[in-house]
Design a binder for this molecule. Sequence first.
Ligand code: FDA
Length: 311
Amino acid sequence: MLRQALLALSASNRARDLIMANPLTRDVVQRFVAGEAADDALAVTRRLLDDGLLVSIDFLGEDTIEPEHATAVTEEYVRLLGELSAAGLSGGGRAEVSVKPTAVGLGLAEHGEKTATENIARIATAARNAGTTVTVDMEDHTRVDATLRVVTELRADFPDLGCVIQSYLRRSADDCASLAMAGSRVRLCKGAYQAPEGVGLAVKAEVDQSYARCLRVLMDGPGYPMLATHDPRLIAIAASKAQLNGRSADSFEYQLLYGIRPAEQSRLAAGGAQVRVYLPYGDDWYGYLVRRLAERPANLVFFLRALASRR
Ligand code: FDA
C-alpha cells in the first residue's frame, strides 16, 4: 500500500514542486545523489574508483516532452563523457553512463523512437571515444518493447550497448533467454515500477523467484550479466552460480545504487568481484528519490526526520 502510494506520488507534479522547494530535503538527496552538477558526479566517481569500485553515471531526468530538451540531455551526456575521458576516469569502462530512453526522447509525441535511437547513438559514439560503454535503463512496462527495439537496432553498431531486464515483468525470463548471447551486456534488476496484473508480478516473493530464474538464464549463457540488486539472498545465489559455472570474476558484475549498502559494495569488491555503483546526478532528482523511498520504509523514516529537523 505504502509502496503504491509513493509510486503514485513519484508522478505527482504538485508533490514534486513542494518537496523540491524544501531545502531540508537536500540532506536526504545527497545520500543517494552525487549532486546537481557534472563536477559533483566527477568528484564522487573519482572517489568510488579509488575505492576499487566501477561506476555508471545517470544524468537525472525522464519523460522529456520537448525535442529540444531531449537534445540538451544528450549534449549533457556527450560533455560528461568528454570530461570523464579527459580526467582519465572512463578508460577500460571503469566509469560508464546509464541513459533513460524517455530522457532522450522516447516519449515525444512525434518520432519518439527515432529520436531516442539517434540520441543514444550520439551518446554511444561519445562513450566509445572515451573508452567506455552505455547502458540503456528500462522504465515502465509500456516502454519495454520500444526500448528493446532501440537497443537491438543500435547493437548493430554498438555491440557493447547494455540493456536492462526487470524481473517483476512476467515476460522477463524469455527476454533474458533471447538476450543471453556472447558479448551481450544485460543488467538484471527487480524493477522500480508497477504493472497491471497480467503483465507484472505483484507479490514480492514472486519477483524474487523470477529474479533467481532470470539470473540463472543469464549466468548459464555466454553474455555479460550485470546483477543489479541489494538483496543479500540474490547476491549469494549469484556468487554460488558463478562458482558453479566456473565464471571468472571479470565475466560478470554486481551493481548497487549509490548510498545503498556501501559496506556490502566494499565487501564484494574486496573479495575480488567487480562491483559497479549506479551514480545519479542532476537537479531533476525527485522521481528517483521517491522510487528509492518506496523501496524501503527505513529510507522514508530517514527522509521524514530530515524534513522535520531544524538542522
Ligand atoms: P529489494 O528492494 O527487494 O531489497 C532487497 C533487500 O536488499 C532488502 O530486504 C534489504 O536486505 C536490502 N536493501 C535494500 N535497500 C536497502 C537499504 N537502503 N539499506 C540496506 N539494505 C537494503 N529499476 C528499473 O526499473 N529500471 C532500471 O533501469 C534500473 N536500474 C538499476 C540499476 C542498478 C545498478 C540498481 C542497483 C537498481 C536499478 N533499478 C532499476 C532499481 C531496481 O529495479 C530496484 O528497484 C532496486 O534495486 C531495489 O531492489 P533490490 O533488488 O535491491 O531489492
